[in-house]
Write a protein that binds this ligand. Structure first.
Ligand SMILES: NC(=O)c1ccc[n+]([C@@H]2O[C@H](COP(=O)([O-])OP(=O)(O)OC[C@H]3O[C@@H](n4cnc5c(N)ncnc54)[C@H](O)[C@@H]3O)[C@@H](O)[C@H]2O)c1
Length: 377
């Protein structure tokens, strides 16, 4: 089968993951990249052996079927609308837009034209997270009734080369990291019915310490600490703590408590890890993730920790789904639901009440055990 031809708009930090992932896959081929900064597009094109073109030329290219939008959150909705207007499917990085209200017209425009939208994160397709989904669906912890999710760090300005967008609408720990946690929770437990929360920001400004902008000050316009609860349509409720105001802590990324046991879910920012399960208070035991694809560590992060990073498999699944005429797993409907939930944390805090969630989405289909990684990566 001929690969699906894709173009990429946005040639910053994350674009290497997509360009390298696409180069390993038989399903897609990157023809061209574009950026409002022509020099950024030229640099990535040179490194990865693809064409650098203008955004307009990329959108006008009849060979390109899917455009991957890797711009900053503020540009996600406008650039996605441009891609849809050009008659092409969109796959974008999270969040779908800076706000739920800005995302709705994007999903509506795609639906009106019969085009697909896919939106990261795709980490829930990783071996560790699929193993947790299989364990829950097999009833290994009974009926899930509660849980806790936590991601607590001191922010992004010490490593990202241009970190201002993390502290503007569409950023903050809730919109930047919340998609990983809330998407995995929806994958495990189904849609969210309502949200309550307290949100605050410990620092009004941040000083960049990473190159090349070290010494510059960033204004913080989003909450940087959020403690909330998610009430799921299933009846389960989960606490969620996301902060960039914390130096150190001893909490785990995600745990789910059921009527017959408890499940420790690895960090949903990555694809692998070691899920643990305890039946009715017994000792923790590991769940073997070996039967599931996309779990073997394939790179080492800044801290020296090896991680499984297969960011792109959501796009590959979408390309395969278009060919097969089946739904894709990392869908616009899922991302829209997650974004509505993310917005609700700040609203719940400001308005001092529960926020009911309007959208509902199905849990995405499980990835079959033994799926051939070669098909994807
Ligand atoms: N960096 C990471 O590790 C990481 C990881 C996961 C997800 N993401 C997500 O990926 C997206 C991009 O992040 P990044 O770190 O690569 O940011 P970045 O700032 O490094 O790169 C963004 C690029 O988009 C370009 N751009 C901005 N507006 C544009 C427009 N209107 N048209 C064309 N190009 C435009 C910029 O010039 C820049 O080159 C964000 O949504 C982020 O949340 C990043």
């Amino acid at each position: 089968m001929q690969p699906t031809i894709i173009g990429i708009i946005g040639c910053g930090n994350i674009s290497d993951a997509y360009l390298k992932g696409a180069a390993r896959s038989r399903l897609v081929r990157v023809k061209a990249v574009a950026d409002i900064r022509a020099d950024a597009a030229a640099a990535k094109a040179g490194e990865h052996g693809v064409d650098a073109v203008s955004v307009e030329a990329l959108l006008a290219d009849p060979d390109i079927e899917i455009v991957v939008n890797l711009t900053i959150p503020a540009a996600h909705a406008p650039v996605s609308l441009q891609i849809i207007a050009a008659g092409k499917h969109v796959y974008l990085e999270k969040p779908l837009a800076t706000r739920f209200a800005a995302a709705k017209p994007v999903t509506q425009a795609a639906a009106a034209k019969g085009l697909r939208i896919g939106c990261a994160p795709d980490t829930f397709l990783g071996a560790a997270h699929q193993a947790c989904r299989y364990a829950i669906d097999a009833g290994r912890i009974g009926v899930p009734v509660a849980g806790a999710a936590a991601v607590l760090t001191h922010g992004m300005e010490h490593w990202h080369p241009n970190p201002a967008f993390f502290y503007e609408h569409g950023g903050g720990p809730i919109h930047d990291l919340g998609p990983y946690y809330v998407t995995q929770l929806v994958n495990l437990l189904g849609p969210v019915a309502r949200v309550s929360a307290e949100a605050s920001a410990a620092f009004k400004t941040r000083t960049i310490t990473s190159a090349p902008l070290a010494g510059q000050t960033i204004s913080v316009t989003v909450p940087t600490t959020v403690n909330g609860t998610l009430a799921f349509a299933s009846g389960a409720n989960v606490t969620l703590s996301h902060s960039w105001d914390v130096w150190k802590h001893r909490r785990v990324p995600l745990e789910i408590y059921g009527t017959d046991g408890s499940l420790l879910v690895p960090d949903p920012n990555w694809f692998g890890g070691e899920p643990m399960i305890s039946a009715r208070g017994d000792d923790w035991t590991s769940i073997d993730i070996g039967a599931h694809p996309f779990g073997i560590p394939n790179r080492t992060i800044r801290t020296g920790t090896p991680v499984a990073d297969y960011r792109i498999i959501g796009l590959l699944d979408m390309a395969a789904a278009i060919r097969a005429g089946r739904p894709h797993r990392v869908s616009g409907a899922l991302a829209l639901h997650v974004l509505e939930v993310l917005d609700a944390f700040e609203r719940a805090s400001v308005e001092g009440r529960h926020i009911a969630i309007e959208t509902r989405c199905e849990r995405p289909d499980k990835l079959p055990r033994g799926t051939d990684e070669e098909v994807f990566a």
